[in-house]
Design a protein around this ligand. Structure first.
Ligand SMILES: [Zn+2]
Length: 292
């Protein structure tokens, strides 16, 4: 299991009793004896029911801080003493603690992802499956290396453009017979020309996971976790997209679908090339299996 983010206790102080009932709370402490190490919470009561924990102050007040002391106990400071020992205003300190609370919630969410190793497993399964992501990557790379750029451009256009105003659609309209037009309409799996399998699976799913594991291992870093939470929230959707893309690849690289490519209008020499190419999906796939 990966290292998890350390989650600090969330301290909510709604009343004076919440402060004095804390197990390590000490009152009337002599400030010269200890250092104050850390502000762990703030409070803001309706009335002046709190009393400053320092023996030389003891001021009754409504808002202040719970602080840790160097002998590992706790006490509370009024705003003035907080200013004196930590050089911070109440509003500023309140904001710092509220921000820490947001980060705590983000860490709790992200720990749930780090606790389970299933994302990495899912990525590996998708990569290594028969006709999975690796297969698609190598087969498509080989296809793009073999076929003329004019055909690839046409496929990209067919995959992205929905209107009928392109040069290609004019060519299809004017130069193709009915069976050619049917072939082009029936082309399947064209989304593999608009989305990149490596980008969708490795860059968008696996790399953020690796970066997140690294962050959890560096507790002193104060990273922004917002984008990782967005990533975590979109994981199911992203995995679904990758699965759709792999299915599109399986549909595209069937023999009868590849046969349909010959109906796409191209300059004559390129059309002859496409007619004569002996590119074989199974040969290209062998490369994928060697790389698995
Ligand atoms: Zn005080």
């Amino acid at each position: 299991m990966s290292t998890l983010f350390h989650i600090e206790e969330e301290i909510i102080l709604k009343s004076w009793d919440d402060i004095i009932n804390r197990p390590d709370y000490k009152s009337s402490i002599k400030p010269k004896k200890f250092n104050f190490t850390h502000i762990s919470a703030f409070y803001s009561f309706k009335d002046e029911s709190a009393r400053c924990g320092l023996s030389n102050c003891l001021k009754e007040h409504s808002r202040g801080y719970l602080v840790s002391t160097s002998d590992e106990n706790e006490t509370n400071l009024c705003e003035n003493c907080g200013q004196k020992y930590f050089d911070v205003s109440f509003e500023k300190q309140k904001k710092i603690i509220q921000d820490e609370n947001i980060i705590r919630k983000q860490k709790i969410q992200l720990n749930k992802i780090l606790e389970q190793d299933s994302i990495r497993e899912q990525v590996n399964e998708l990569k290594q499956a028969s006709k999975g992501a690796n297969w698609l990557y190598y087969v498509l790379t080989s296809f793009c290396d073999t076929y003329p750029i004019e055909l690839l451009t046409a496929l990209n256009e067919l995959a992205t453009k929905t209107d009928n105003t392109t040069t290609l659609s004019a060519l299809i309209e004017n130069e193709c017979d009915r069976s050619q037009r049917e072939d082009i309409e029936q082309l399947q799996g064209l989304s593999i020309f608009t989305l990149d399998i490596r980008e969708e699976l490795i860059v968008k799913i696996l790399k953020p996971l690796i970066a997140l594991e690294k962050l959890a291992n560096e507790p002193d870093e104060k990273p922004s976790l917002t984008r990782y939470c967005k990533w975590a929230n979109s994981l199911d959707e992203q995995f679904a997209l990758v699965e759709e893309l792999i299915e599109a690849g399986q549909l595209f690289f069937t023999p009868f679908n590849l046969e349909r490519l010959k109906s796409i209008p191209l300059p004559k020499s390129k059309a002859r090339l496409v007619q004569s190419l002996d590119w074989n999906v199974n040969k290209a796939a062998k490369k994928a299996s060697r790389n698995n």
